[in-house]
Ligand binder design. Structure first.
Ligand SMILES: [Fe+2]
Length: 448
């Protein structure tokens, strides 16, 4: 894992990936009108301007002293842009736009840091020591690339909440895909689910992905597709949001105190009768065959109403990657690498498509729409696997969230980069966070 400077061999593909990731986040900020970059579209998060500086500050703070030594040009900005926020139970930020540096200053900081990092990496690639050198460049570069790509996704959630007149829609917004839908649930026979990543694997993974292990899962049935807007509408129309019995104490208290009566991605414009989908760039009549996006609390209430449950992480993993022959697959569909026929991921779309649009992405057991088109909530509280060790250079990445208040989500959304489609990748959010591109499917543990 560790290397010294004279042993350094950085694959060229990693430099390309870093450049691609920078292009992805630059393009994302370009969909915001420049006069709206100091907005805060989600109350629990920083203003947009923070993230422009954060992506560079993160890379700089990560590489500094570990890969190389960089000049101390803007220590104040390095600190200001160091950390994002995820307040649990109140404590919303109160800063004002005037508390932040000007856009010109932030852009200059970004350019300067990129230049310094690129110079450092270039010299490193040539075996020229510039100080540091204690850590594996491959590991740290992967951390920087995936950190940036994860922000490319979470920033999309944030910009989704920005009013349409503050955004600039790209010229080519892809068309929505429809699909022919089978129905019902798929029975998954009892067997092992393989979770996690082995330290002997030659692949990058975050600290929470280790260690690889198997879990025996009794047979269960799982929905073939994610829960659609049409199905969720039945729950809503039947009074699901007003039925106390369907909600846990904490979820009910949250729903009541925030006046929540429908998914955050739905609205009734001008108090009309019909539901609309709040898309990234326009509101459209609610597409009934798209997956519903809701919080964990709302997903759980629906599952109770339907007489089912949310899957555990191990159940989801077995349905997605398990196979009748007992093998664990690299992708739900097998070993072939991902492409647009397999699912709605890797920045191809801004919004979901039909839950039945990608039959070629089905798992060995016939479960569809597994990767892409929206993450899926599980009932599993985010916790370390046995053998977990935090990265010494980023101790809080996962460990700060082992608080019993975050739940594992699996799969991917339309804005998830292809490199994160690996089976061991885990994501997590608070039960009451409504803005994730996450839906769910249910399981039934009582087989007839
Ligand atoms: Fe970050």
């Amino acid at each position: 894992m560790l290397a010294t400077n004279h042993e350094i061999d950085i694959p060229g593909a990693l430099f390309c990936s870093l450049a691609d990731a920078r292009r992805a986040t630059d393009a994302l900020f370009n969909i915001v009108r420049p006069d709206s970059l100091y907005e805060r579209p989600i109350p629990e998060r920083h203003r947009i301007i923070f993230y422009i500086g954060h992506l560079e500050a993160f890379d700089r703070n990560l590489f500094q002293g570990r890969l190389f030594s960089l000049p101390d040009s803007s220590p104040q900005l390095d600190r200001l842009f160091a950390f994002g926020i995820d307040p649990v139970g109140g404590g919303l930020p109160t800063d004002q736009p005037s508390d932040w540096p000007s856009l010109g200053e932030v852009r200059k900081y970004v350019q300067g840091v990129r230049h310094e990092i690129d110079e450092g990496l270039r010299k490193l690639g040539q075996g020229i020591s510039t100080g540091g050198g204690e850590f594996s460049p491959v590991l740290l570069l992967n951390v920087a690339i995936e950190h940036r790509l994860m922000h490319a996704e979470t920033l999309a959630y944030m910009l989704h909440r920005l009013p349409y007149d503050r955004k600039i829609a790209p010229a080519n917004i892809p068309n929505s895909l429809a699909g022919d839908r089978a129905s019902g649930m798929v029975v998954i026979p009892s067997g092992a689910a393989t979770l996690g990543l082995s330290r002997s694997d030659d692949a990058f993974g975050w600290d929470n992905e280790y260690e690889r292990h198997t879990v025996e899962v009794p047979s269960f049935a799982i929905d073939r597709y994610k829960t659609s807007n049409a199905e969720y509408l039945e729950f809503l129309d039947s009074g699901g949001y007003a039925n106390r019995k369907l909600w846990s104490d904490a979820d009910w208290a949250w729903k009541e105190s925030n006046g929540i009566s429908h998914p955050a991605f739905w609205e009734k414009p001008d108090n009309g009768a019909e539901w609309f989908w709040k898309g990234m760039f326009a509101a459209i009549p609610l597409p009934l065959d798209w997956p519903v996006y809701v919080s964990h609390a709302e997903a759980n209430a629906y599952a109770r109403w339907a007489g089912k449950s949310l899957p555990t992480e191990a159940q989801w993993q077995r349905a997605a990657y398990g196979a009748p022959d007992g093998q664990s697959r690299q992708y739900p569909w097998g070993a072939k690498s991902s492409d647009a026929t397999r699912g709605n991921f890797d920045f191809l779309n801004w919004d979901p498509v039909s839950v039945a649009a990608h039959p070629a992405g089905a798992s060995a057991f016939g479960v569809e729409d597994i990767l892409g088109n929206g993450w899926e909530w599980t009932s599993t509280v985010f916790a370390p696997f046995q053998g977990f060790e935090p990265f010494s250079f980023y101790r809080g990445y996962s460990a700060d969230f082992f608080d019993g208040k975050h739940f594992v989500i699996k799969g991917a959304s339309a804005r998830t980069a292809a490199c994160m489609l690996r089976p061991s990748f885990r994501n997590w959010f608070q039960a009451h966070y409504q803005y994730v591109y996450a839906g769910f499917r249910c399981v039934s543990n009582q087989l007839a």
